[in-house]
Design a protein around this ligand. Structure first.
Ligand code: NAD
Ligand code: FES
Length: 290
């Protein structure tokens, strides 16, 4: 069991959990992820490591409450424990001194781009960061990103905070100026697709972190397969980072939608169960008060 030691609401639908996992904290590197199971009946879900603290034996995971498992995860807090946690998984980011790099984080992908940008900065790169969210209340870790950036850009789709733009707009401007050696982008697949097309237009290499569906995380089940440069690759062991110019984005997006109906059903059942549990608790409390 893996104890949750702290919980923070970063946005109305975005939660940060600090989890005791000394072995993972000791080995984690930028770009890697963990797979967790909330309880004994739960499914396995991959989450990118947002940060880790080897001295304290803790790891940071950040997630959006979008489906049954992440909703369930968000009901946990300090004192609770995760049923299972495996990691660090995946190949770490290839950190070198490339020169000037751009790190793009979209939505909850900001959590995943943060350790990558930090590692690239520590390796001597000049880091330009671009983070974007749909609206102001979804923004988080702006200060953390600014601290490690030589030039930070912040934008929202609706213009409710800082610049009104999708992340691809400042990305194109920065690339237009020239002198960029490599781009990293983490966020929704559609964002990574358009970041890749933008970088390709300027002939600049781009690395993306693919969030395909995962089950075992060890290269055996094939659930996470993606097509890169015309070949089938497994995001969990060959990635999660790949050359964005070579990814078959349409196939990835199509595969991400495969289980939407089942996910919706699982979420409805979970919400009904939670509602019954709350009503039973309230009923018990009312009876006790009588
Ligand atoms: P979102 O839909 O709110 O989009 C975030 C930002 O991406 C937007 O603000 C915008 O700037 C940009 N964007 C979106 N569509 C775009 C388009 N068509 N063109 C250009 N830019 C576009 O994101 P969200 O709801 O926070 O979802 C985050 C996604 O990131 C989830 O799908 C999650 O699975 C994924 N994620 C991936 C990883 C990974 O390692 N690959 C890690 C964490 C999260
Ligand atoms: Fe099973 Fe990658 S998750 S092969």
């Amino acid at each position: 069991m893996y104890e949750i030691v702290a919980k923070e609401a970063l946005a109305p639908v975005t939660t940060r959990l600090l989890v005791r996992a000394p072995e993972i904290a000791a080995k984690a590197r930028a770009g890697q992820f963990v797979i967790l199971i909330v309880d004994e009946h739960g499914e396995r879900i991959p989450l990118t490591l947002a940060d880790w603290y080897p001295d304290e034996g803790l790891i940071d995971i950040i997630f959006q409450q979008v489906g049954k498992t992440t909703m369930h995860l968000a009901t946990l807090g300090p004192g609770d424990a995760l049923y299972a946690l495996t990691g660090p998984l995946g190949r770490p980011t290839e950190v070198r001194n490339y020169g000037t790099v751009v790190c793009v984080g979209g939505g909850v992908g900001i959590a995943a781009i943060y350790p990558i940008a930090r590692a690239l900065r520590q390796a001597g790169n000049r880091v330009i960061s671009i983070i974007g969210c749909r609206t102001r209340e979804l923004m988080f870790w702006e200060e953390r990103m600014a601290e490690l950036s030589d030039e930070p850009f912040v934008c929202t789709d609706d213009g409710s905070y800082k610049r009104k733009a999708l992340v691809t707009e400042p990305l194109a401007e920065v690339l237009e100026r020239g002198g960029i050696d490599r781009v990293w982008a983490v966020g929704p697949a559609i964002m990574m697709k358009f970041c890749s097309l933008t970088a390709m237009r300027y002939g600049v290499p781009i690395v993306v972190s693919l969030n395909s569906i995962m089950v075992d995380g060890t290269g055996m089940c094939g659930a996470c397969r993606v097509e890169v440069a015309g070949q089938t690759r497994f995001a969990c062991v060959d990635g999660p980072e790949f050359d964005g110019s070579q990814v078959n984005w349409d196939l990835l997006i199509q595969r991400q939608r495969l289980y939407l109906d089942k996910e919706r059903l699982a979420l409805e059942r979970f919400q009904q169960k939670e509602q019954c549990r709350c009503q039973a608790t309230l009923g018990g409390a009312t009876n006790a008060a009588r």
